[in-house]
Design a protein around this ligand. Structure first.
Ligand code: HEM
Length: 368
């Protein structure tokens, strides 16, 4: 797939802006393994304590900020990935003078401003939903900055990612002409999600359960109305994307169900299962599916589809199922090995994507 012409402009500067995000991902994976109890060398930076913020704000905030800046096509919009990336570096440096939370919060504020500009251009239900995702990220960042512990803001961060992705899928659902009542049901689930987040401030347990009900409703909606139900019958990349989407929606539903059943847990098996059903099962399945489209648009590199891409998708789902089973049954080896194999799935995804991009740059016929 060749990158479109407008996406080529200024793309040379984009990779350096994304590098802090990539570094944040690697450090967060290291921190996640330390949190699971693997005895690895502890780096001088607090990667275990900042695992969640490094993943959400450092890595995903930077990547999503970059994608939105490219789509808006305005130079100032690059402030969003720039500040989140600087925030990631500050977190990795141990957050001197509280600079990590401050800069990542600035990144989320910049993304909200980007969405304000998007809304001025196009006010539609899907742009509003995505803008609400950015607002949820900003809300979570402000609460974290104010001293709330990560377990109390983790669902605000999850809402950022869920609303960003769900908004994109709502846009595409126009192709399948979703009835007005179904669109109203979607917006009802979004309102319930936001109400649940607000409720966590007054009653954490009831708020988490409300968020869980909303996530479950959103997953059922997406399974029922997403165009992926049709495109899964096609071939090649189109089918791969549909499989990523539908399997990701199953994890979104599982995460919602766990939140509904377990409520306001702050650590331990059910907490780990609930968060990673959302952050790994749902969010990373979406990333796997969208990478072959987003990378050409953002970096101008070509990522040709390969059947081998199913390997990292299957590995992610199988190892997450192992981890969640370990979490819920109190079976520590399942939880720990599931976690380390989750990391392997993400690294395999990165390796497969790079291999595909490199072979597109040097096709066999071009080699001596
Ligand atoms: C790929 C391997 C991963 C491993 C091994 C891992 C490991 C962990 C562990 C052990 C915890 C603590 C759970 C507890 O207290 O019981 C945790 C928390 C958390 N993780 Fe992950 N994780 C991974 C991926 C991710 C991803 C991809 C995201 C986000 C996109 C993420 C976001 C979070 C958040 C927000 C928290 C809660 C905040 C906190 O307690 O610090 N994790 N993770």
């Amino acid at each position: 797939m060749s990158p479109p012409e407008p996406a080529r402009r200024g793309r040379g500067a984009r990779l350096p802006l994304l590098l802090p995000g990539m570094l944040a991902l690697l450090a967060a994976l290291w921190g996640g393994l330390l949190r699971l109890g693997w005895e690895l060398p502890a780096p001088p930076t607090p990667v275990a304590a900042f695992h969640g913020p490094l993943m959400v704000a450092g890595f995903l905030g930077t990547v999503i900020g970059m994608e939105r800046a490219v789509a808006l096509g305005r130079a100032w919009a690059y402030l969003a990935p720039l500040t989140s990336g600087l925030g990631a570096l500050a977190l990795l440096a141990g957050s001197p003078a509280g600079s990590g939370p401050l800069l990542t919060t600035a990144g989320s504020l910049a993304l909200v401003l980007v969405f304000a500009a998007v809304l001025r251009r196009q006010t539609a239900s899907f742009t509003v939903v995505m803008a609400l995702g950015a607002v949820a990220w900003l809300g979570g960042q402000v609460l974290w900055l104010a001293g709330w512990p990560p377990f109390r803001v983790a669902l605000w961060w999850a809402a950022f990612l869920v609303l960003t992705i769900a908004g994109e899928r709502l846009e595409l659902s126009r192709v399948v002409q979703v009835p007005a009542a179904a669109r109203a049901a979607f917006l009802g689930a979004v309102v319930l999600l936001l109400a649940g987040l607000a409720l966590t401030a007054a009653d954490f347990d009831a708020g988490v359960r409300t968020v869980g009900a909303a996530l479950l409703a959103l997953s059922l909606w997406l399974v029922r109305h997403d165009i992926a139900r049709r495109t899964v019958r096609q071939h090649g990349l189109t089918r791969f994307i549909a499989v990523c989407l539908l399997s990701g929606y199953a994890w979104l539903g599982a995460g919602g169900l766990l939140a509904l059943v377990y409520g306001g847990v702050a650590a331990g098996g059910p907490y780990d299962a609930m968060l990673h059903a959302l952050f790994l099962g749902f969010v990373f399945a979406m990333i796997f599916g969208h990478a072959p489209i987003i990378l050409p648009a953002v970096l101008g590199i070509t990522v040709g589809f390969r059947r081998a891409f199913y390997a990292h998708l299957v590995l992610l789902h199988a190892t997450l199922a192992l981890r969640v089973a370990g979490d819920l049954l109190g079976w520590t080896p399942g939880r720990r090995w599931g976690g380390v194999l989750n990391v392997a799935a993400l690294l395999l995804f990165a390796a497969s994507t790079v291999a595909s991009a490199l072979s597109a740059r040097h096709p066999p016929s071009a080699r001596p």
